[in-house]
Design a protein around this ligand. Sequence first.
Ligand SMILES: Cc1cc2nc3c(=O)[nH]c(=O)nc-3n(C[C@H](O)[C@H](O)[C@H](O)COP(=O)(O)O)c2cc1C
Length: 167
Amino acid sequence: MNDALELLKSRRSIRKYKNQPVEEEKIQKCLEAAQWAPSASNKQPWEFLIVTEERIRQKLSEIHPYAKFVAESPVVFVPLTNPDVHQKYHMSDSALATLQFMIEAHSLGLGTCWAGVIGASIEPEIKELLGVPEHLNVLGLVATGYAGEEPTRTRKELDTLVHYEKY
Ligand SMILES: Cc1cc2nc3c(=O)[nH]c(=O)nc-3n(C[C@H](O)[C@H](O)[C@H](O)COP(=O)(O)O)c2cc1C
């Protein structure tokens, strides 16, 4: 098994996309990666929605103030959380599934960008547009497609974050 560190460090949030369709098999693999995320008590409190229709992506980009790029990305992965399945961990578990989708996408040469939705004032409008049932939450919108940019990012230094043995 290969060390994942280089893969993890080279993933960037992509906000510009090429006008190039994404192969169905790649999306299927990303969905499988999400399916295999760890979850508290293995409850898997998630469902997934894939949006490709241009008209809907355009509407999503109009509703979400910080996700204009979903109009451009050919695929939008929409992770849904189910609090009825696990009240306490529905959000963290679904976030892990979302990250696994994004990491698999990156390993297949695809870019992604997660735009947060859950708890925001726009969530009901997005739910209605996508026909999401009342009992589910929309965790976010994950733009997915071939990257049209190569952004760079920094991180806080580890020695400002890490404590050993005691804080
Ligand atoms: C929960 C969550 C919500 C985010 N929401 C947005 C968003 O609404 N719009 C956006 O452009 N990026 C969004 N991002 C992406 C972050 O800005 C990005 O991950 C961060 O700047 C670090 O950059 P990197 O992913 O390239 O390392 C979000 C990321 C997370 C995890």
